[in-house]
Design a protein around this ligand. Structure first.
Ligand code: GDG
Length: 469
């Protein structure tokens, strides 16, 4: 079987696999499982900076899996990571043209880091490898590898949304970005609507065509495009919610609630997650339902992220202020409405918190998928499950349509959904939960990666054969 080479911005498991697994999100675990299954290499940024311009990858090995990581200079980190990836592509691909900044220098640095990675990765590749590149940091990676003459099958998976052409056109160099995707054999998106947005760009802006089975031609190349909604390890997560560590967290939290109901939010501190509006909707709920005051608590877990970028520092300040405002306004000597935790937890503790909650409030403005929603469902107790409230703009809402689906811009609508969730009878909760759980059991993370890798193997190998004709 061919070796899989995963390329992603960060390589999570390189240092201490056990520790990282307990802390990392599901994706890192999934990618590592892919590599373990067929043997492989995981390549990317170490997360560190250095002053040394002459660098070679640090390679470590654990069983069948090798990890190769490279440091970046400070300038590279600023242009590639903080700059083009997180101040241009991230906001733009989340439809936030208002927050998107564009600097030619950042874009140049972004392409150069991709080239630098490609040069070092090329030396580590073997004849029959399959290369799987992840996410918006590395869009031009495939093109850079092809320039170096790498013929191996190559796939790309975009974890974030793909914006409609009207939005993408605001990026000065939009064509270069889309063209670079045509270096891959397979380009995967989270949802059919992301796939559609890409295909509309190709036909309307790039003069390309979409053929049967999502084969897309443009820029003199033909590639396969497909939606592969990412998922979680459903069974493992359900089991984790039953583990000792989860039970301890569950007991501790329930005891602290003194019979009150818990509404939970778990989101990276990011403006795409709609956190300010979530808090305002909760405030509206408390405003309108005076009888519920004192009976319900919103616990928001929000690990800080990308603190080098101004918008992220701003949202942190705003949420601290908003929490103070709402708590100041409604608190009683024995009750505080919002518990705001600006830190991260081990996965097993998160599972215990999901299980301890009557409601999960997942209200992003735009989200590629949202794994928190799926984890919450998987962690519930089958005979007394909680209710998921999910934004229609999260990719996961498409599969989890038995949740209460809301529009996060509609403060009253979300406040009503909170009330509906808190008063929902057990029978309806069980019905909704079991149909969502069926979906998650049939479409778990293993199914996702096997589908992707299977499609890459088929498409990539035939493309490689025709390349060498
Ligand atoms: C991107 C896309 C897409 C959160 N807090 C803690 C913690 N987490 C874990 C969650 C979950 C993961 O992080 C977050 O995943 P999401 O999918 O919700 O969101 P993003 O980070 O924005 O991820 C997204 C995803 O990629 C995968 O393709 O779904 O749309 O934006 O697993 O549990 N994990 C730990 N402690 C925490 O405090 N250990």
């Amino acid at each position: 079987m061919s070796r899989i080479v995963v390329v992603s911005n960060r390589v999570a498991v390189a240092r201490d696999p056990e520790k990282t697994r307990a802390r990392a999100g599901g994706l890192a675990v999934a990618l590592e499982a892919t590599l373990r299954e067929s043997g492989g290499l995981w390549f990317g940024w170490s997360g560190e900076t250095t002053q040394n311009r002459h660098r070679t990858p640090k390679v470590t090995k654990a069983g069948q899996v090798s990890y190769a990581i490279l440091d970046l200079t400070r300038a590279e980190r600023n242009e590639y990571y903080n700059g083009f990836a997180n101040q241009t592509l991230w906001p733009l691909f989340h439809y936030r043209t208002d927050l998107t900044t564009y600097e030619r220098g950042h874009e140049k640095g972004y392409v150069e880091v991709n080239r630098f990675f490609a040069r070092h990765l090329a030396k580590l590749l073997r004849q029959d490898d399959l290369v799987w590149v992840h996410d918006y940091h590395l869009l031009p990676m495939g093109e850079e590898l092809r320039r170096l003459g790498i013929p191996q099958p190559m796939g790309f998976f975009l974890h974030i949304p793909f914006p409609p052409p009207e939005i993408l056109l605001t990026l000065p160099n939009h064509e270069a970005i889309v063209r670079s995707l045509f270096a891959y054999d397979l380009v995967g998106f989270q949802t059919p609507s992301d796939l559609r947005a890409f295909q509309v760009y190709v036909t309307q802006e790039a003069g390309g065509e979409v053929r049967r089975n999502s084969i897309v031609g443009a820029f003199g190349r033909t590639i396969r495009t497909q939606a592969f909604p990412i998922s979680i390890d459903t069974r493992e997560f359900a089991e984790m919610a039953d583990s000792q560590a989860a039970k301890r967290e569950y007991e501790r939290t329930r005891a602290s609630m003194r019979g009150r109901e818990l509404i939970l939010g778990v989101d990276r501190l990011d403006y795409s997650k709609g956190l300010r509006e979530k808090f305002r909707s909760f405030e509206r709920f408390l405003d309108q339902r005076a009888k519920s005051r004192g009976k319900v608590v919103l616990m928001q877990i929000a690990p800080p992220s990308r603190g080098d970028v101004a918008e992220y520092r701003e949202i942190r300040r705003d949420l601290e202020q908003l929490t103070g405002h709402i708590n100041g306004r409604f608190s009683e000597p024995d009750w505080v409405p919002i518990r705001y935790l600006n830190r991260s937890f081990q996965r097993a503790n998160l599972a215990g918190l999901y299980r301890a909650s009557r409601v999960a409030l997942v209200t992003p403005f735009r989200d590629g998928m949202n794994l928190v929603a799926k984890e919450f469902v998987a962690a519930q107790s089958p005979d007394d499950p909680g209710v998921l409230i999910i934004s229609r703009f999260a990719g996961a809402a498409r599969e989890l349509n038995d949740a209460l689906v809301v529009n996060p811009y509609d403060t009253d609508g979300v406040a009503n959904a909170i009330n509906r969730a808190l008063t929902m009878r057990r029978r309806e909760r069980v019905e909704r939960w079991s149909s969502m759980m069926d979906v998650l059991e049939d479409n778990d993370l293993t199914a996702w990666r096997r589908k992707y890798v299977g499609a890459l193997r088929r498409t990539g190998l035939s493309a490689r054969a025709s390349r060498s004709l």
